[in-house]
Design a protein around this ligand. Structure first.
Ligand SMILES: [Zn+2]
Length: 525
C-alpha cells in the first residue's frame, strides 16, 4: 500500500481546483476515493477472513485512520441484506480534506470531503458486493465541529441516479472532451497574435504577400495593406506585429470608418481635461496606448481631413498633442495602415491628402482576394471547419465533394469573412458525424440568386436575375407576364434585325418555338 502524505494530496487538490474547477475536482476525487476504497475492501476481507462481519468491515475505517486521513467513529451500523436495508452513520474528526480546504479557501457552503466520501462508498460497495452510497450530512469544512456521513444502499436513496452520475467515468470523459474542444477554440482565437498560423495559403499571390510581410516585420517601415473587404487585413497586421521586435508590446487596432467623425481625433490623440464640454478627465489616445507597439489604422480612407493633417504631423515629428493640450508627447509607435478603397482616386477627388498617402504608402502589401487563390480555398475551409466545429461542440468530419466544388466555384465577394460566415452557418445546420453538404452552405437558393456580404460582413442574398426590378417595371407599366414575354421576343427579333434564329438563341428557344410564339402574338399594327 502506498501512503501518500496528506500535504501532497492537499496541494494536488488545490491544483485541481484551480485548473479544472470545483465540480470536476469533486467528481474526480470522489472517483479516486471510490477506487481506493474498493481496493481496501478486498484487502480487508483477506486480512480478517474469519472475523465477524462488522469487525472485518471495520478494517476500512481503521486503514483510513492509519493513513492519517480522518478519525472515524461509528455511530450506527444496521445491515440487513435480505431486507435490503443498510444504515451506516459515522462521525469524522480531523478530515484532511476539510482541514486543507478550510486552510486554503475558508468555510464552505457545501461539504468538501469528496475523496473520503468516495472512499467510504467504494469500500462499502465492494465489501457488501452491492452499490452503497454515502452522503456527508455535516462537514467541518462548512464550519461544523466535525463531519457526519450517512450511508445507504443505492436503492434506498431517492436521488440514487444523480449520485451514480457522480461516479460515472463516462460523463467525466464527455466533459473532458468538451473541455478539450473549448481549449482548441481558445487556441485558434489566440493564434493570430502568436504566429502566421492562421494565414493559411500557398498560392503564389498569397505567398508573395507573406514574403513581403516577413521582410517588413523586423524593420520600422510603415506598412500599407490593401485588398478587398474581408481579405484579412487585420490578421496580417497582427502577424506583422507578432513577427516584429515590438511583439511584447501592445497591438491596437482602430477602425477609422467605425469612429464617429467628431470623436476620431480624441480617440487617436487623447484629450486633456476640460478640452471640450464633457471632457471631465484627461484620457490617453490610441497612439499613447500603443506606445512601443503597433497601431493598426483600418479603413484609413474614412479618416476626416482634419484628422489626416494631425496624423501626418505625428508621423513626421513622432510627437502627439492631446486635444486641448499644450505639451507635445514623444511616441514610439509603428503605424500599419489599411484600406479597401483606391486612395489614389480619393486623392484626386480631394478626399485624401496626397502628402499623407506618400508618407504611408512606403511599403504597400496587396493581399489577394480569395477568388484569386482558388487553391487555398480547400485548406482554408478545412481550417475554419475545425474551428467552428470546436466552437459549436460538433464533430464534423469534412465537406461533401459537392460542397467543396461549390466553394471552389463561388466568387467570394466577401472573401475570408464571407467564408467564415458560410462555414459557421454550415456547421450550425450540419449534424455531428456527417459531412457538410452543399445545401448546408448555400441553403435552397433559387437559381440566379447569389450570396454577397455587406460591408459589415453579414451575408445577404442578392438577385442576379434582376427579378425584383423587372417585377416593379411590370407593375409600373400595368403589364402582364404575357405582355412581358411578347415585349422580350419583339426586342430580340428587332436587335437581330429580323433574324429569328439568332433571336431564338438569345432567348434560349429553338427557332420553331419562337416562330410559333411570334405567330400567336397579337398584332398591334
Ligand atoms: Zn467533511
Amino acid at each position: 500500500m502506498l501512503l501518500v502524505h496528506a500535504s501532497s494530496l492537499a496541494s494536488l487538490r488545490r491544483e485541481l481546483l484551480s485548473t479544472i474547477g470545483r465540480e470536476q475536482t469533486r467528481r474526480l476525487l470522489l472517483r479516486a476515493g471510490f477506487a481506493s476504497g474498493r481496493r481496501d475492501a478486498e484487502l480487508a476481507r483477506k486480512v480478517r477472513p474469519n472475523a465477524p462481519f462488522f469487525e472485518a468491515f471495520a478494517v476500512g475505517p481503521q486503514l483510513h485512520m492509519l493513513e492519517g486521513s480522518v478519525q472515524v467513529t461509528p455511530q450506527r451500523f444496521e445491515y440487513e441484506p435480505d431486507a435490503n436495508h443498510y444504515l451506516g452513520i459515522y462521525r469524522w474528526d480531523h478530515s484532511w480534506e476539510a482541514e486543507s480546504h478550510l486552510r486554503d479557501f475558508g468555510p464552505q457552503e457545501e461539504p468538501v470531503c469528496w475523496m473520503l466520501l468516495g472512499y467510504a462508498s467504494g469500500y462499502t460497495t465492494e465489501f457488501f458486493g452491492r452499490p452503497v452510497y454515502y452522503k456527508e450530512m455535516a462537514c467541518q469544512g462548512c464550519g461544523g465541529q466535525h463531519c457526519l456521513i450517512e450511508g445507504r444502499l443505492a436503492q434506498q436513496w431517492p436521488d440514487a441516479q444523480s449520485i451514480a452520475q457522480d461516479y460515472d467515468s463516462e460523463s467525466m470523459l464527455l466533459r473532458l472532451d468538451k473541455l478539450q474542444s473549448e481549449v482548441e477554440v481558445l487556441r485558434t482565437q489566440l493564434q493570430p497574435e502568436d504566429d502566421l498560423g492562421p494565414l493559411i495559403g500557398r498560392s503564389p499571390s498569397f505567398s508573395r504577400a507573406i514574403e513581403l510581410l516577413r521582410k517588413a516585420a523586423p524593420t520600422q517601415v510603415t506598412v500599407m495593406l490593401t485588398g478587398e473587404t474581408g481579405v484579412g487585413k487585420e490578421r496580417f497586421a497582427r502577424a506583422l506585429h507578432a513577427l516584429s521586435p515590438r511583439k511584447d508590446n501592445t497591438f491596437i487596432a482602430v477602425n477609422c470608418g467605425a469612429l464617429p467623425a467628431e470623436l476620431v481625433e480624441s480617440e487617436l490623440f487623447g484629450v486633456e481635461k476640460g478640452a471640450f464640454t464633457g471632457a471631465q478627465a484627461a484620457r490617453p489616445g490610441r497612439f499613447e496606448r500603443a506606445q512601443g507597439g503597433t497601431l493598426f489604422l483600418d479603413e484609413l480612407g474614412e479618416l476626416p481631413l482634419a484628422a489626416q493633417a494631425k496624423l501626418l504631423r505625428v508621423l513626421q515629428s513622432g510627437e502627439i498633442e492631446r486635444l486641448g493640450g499644450t505639451q507635445a508627447l514623444k511616441v514610439d509607435v509603428r503605424v500599419v495602415a489599411a484600406t479597401n478603397v483606391d486612395l489614389d482616386a480619393a486623392v484626386t477627388s480631394g478626399r485624401f491628402r496626397r502628402d499623407l498617402l506618400f508618407r504611408l504608402n512606403v511599403y504597400p502589401i496587396r493581399i489577394p482576394a480569395l477568388s484569386e487563390r482558388v487553391d487555398d480555398i480547400e485548406p482554408l475551409a478545412i481550417h475554419l471547419l475545425e474551428r467552428f466545429s470546436a466552437l459549436h461542440g460538433k464533430q464534423i468530419p469534412g465537406f461533401s465533394d459537392q460542397a467543396l466544388e461549390a466553394m471552389r466555384h463561388h466568387d467570394w465577394p466577401g472573401n475570408i469573412r464571407e467564408m467564415e460566415n458560410l462555414i459557421e452557418r454550415g456547421v450550425i445546420l450540419g449534424t455531428s458525424g456527417q459531412r457538410i453538404e452543399l445545401e448546408n452552405l448555400f441553403p435552397a437558393l433559387p437559381s440566379g440568386m447569389r450570396i454577397t456580404v455587406s460591408p459589415a460582413g453579414s451575408l445577404e442574398r442578392s438577385p442576379g436575375s434582376g427579378a425584383p426590378e423587372m417585377l416593379d417595371l411590370m407593375k409600373r407599366h400595368g403589364m402582364t407576364l404575357n405582355d412581358l414575354e411578347d415585349a422580350l421576343m419583339s426586342e430580340a427579333v428587332q436587335r437581330h434585325r429580323g433574324n429569328v434564329s439568332a433571336a431564338a438563341r438569345e432567348l434560349g428557344l429553338t427557332r420553331p418555338q419562337l416562330s410559333y410564339r411570334l405567330e400567336k402574338m397579337p398584332r398591334t399594327d
